[in-house]
Unconditional design. Structure first.
Length: 268
């Protein structure tokens, strides 16, 4: 039995988005190393929080002085943008699934991932030493909580993804949950606050990198890279179809399936 065809709309027309997601997410890690290199007095990846690298208060005799805080804050904001774009990729990848459960998961993942991206942008825009109206704290909770919730939902429900990606999504979600509980309960277990925060946040960033590679590889293998649609003739949309067309077609597909009368079973 052949797998149902997923109509890729957004990524078919913009095949460069997968590599961009990879680059932006990788830069997030590189920016931490670069910023920590000049951090004063000395940055610890196990003790210091990620937000310390974006702290704008570099005062004399201070324990936190990050001369390149602009680089870190901008990188966090860019990561948030990557999460929002990634949400569109997820939604457009799976919104045409033949399975209603998978379509619902795509929508839930789209909303949660976008909210996580908004949270990351808040973290970058409002540094920890400013934290106006607790926006930095709220942004951190949104970025980690909603972002990882999206990954868990998609890993549990989505059907048409490779097993290795599904297993990574589910297993890392458990680690993030444990790290979140430890942080909330103020138990570091000898790891250090910075290590626990990274255990809660890094899987999300790594997943963005893996998903970007997955999108690029999957499209390449199915000859779906190009400015126009290159799917089979069955059900292929017009070359000038837009993302709005995709949403309308998806909604029509849902209505057809929900209004179709149930078939009678033949008597034995």
């Amino acid at each position: 039995m052949t797998q149902p065809v997923r109509i890729r709309v957004f990524t078919n027309r913009h095949d460069w988005m997968g590599p961009v997601i990879v680059l932006l997410s990788c830069w997030y890690f590189a920016a931490q190393v670069l910023t920590a290199w000049v951090f004063r007095p000395e940055y610890s990846f196990t003790s210091n929080a990620i937000s310390d690298l974006g702290n704008t208060a570099c005062l004399p005799n201070s324990n936190i002085c990050s001369p390149l805080y602009v680089v870190m804050d901008a990188s966090i904001g860019i990561l948030g943008l990557a999460m929002i774009v990634g949400a569109f990729l997820i939604f457009s990848e799976f919104s045409f699934s033949e399975h209603q459960r998978e379509r619902a998961a795509a929508l839930a993942g789209f909303v949660c991932m976008a909210l996580g991206g908004v949270g990351a942008i808040l973290v970058g825009a409002v540094p920890e030493n400013v934290n106006t109206a607790h926006l930095h704290t709220v942004g951190t909770i949104m970025a980690i909580g909603f972002g990882q919730l999206a990954i868990l939902i998609l890993g549990l429900v989505l059907i048409e993804i490779d097993n290795w990606l599904r297993e990574f999504m589910i297993v890392t979600s458990l680690f993030v949950l444990l790290a979140g509980v430890s942080i909330a309960g103020k138990h570091q277990f000898g790891f250090g606050g910075g290590a626990l925060e990274r255990l809660a946040q890094y899987p999300e960033s790594v997943w963005l990198i893996l998903f970007g590679f997955y999108i690029s590889r999957n499209h390449s293998h199915n000859r779906l890279i190009g400015p126009h649609f290159t799917l089979s003739a069955e059900g292929r949309p017009a070359p000038d179809a837009t993302f709005g067309w995709a949403l309308g077609a998806s909604a029509r597909s849902v209505r057809r399936r929900t209004t179709q009368p149930p078939q009678r079973k033949l008597a034995a």
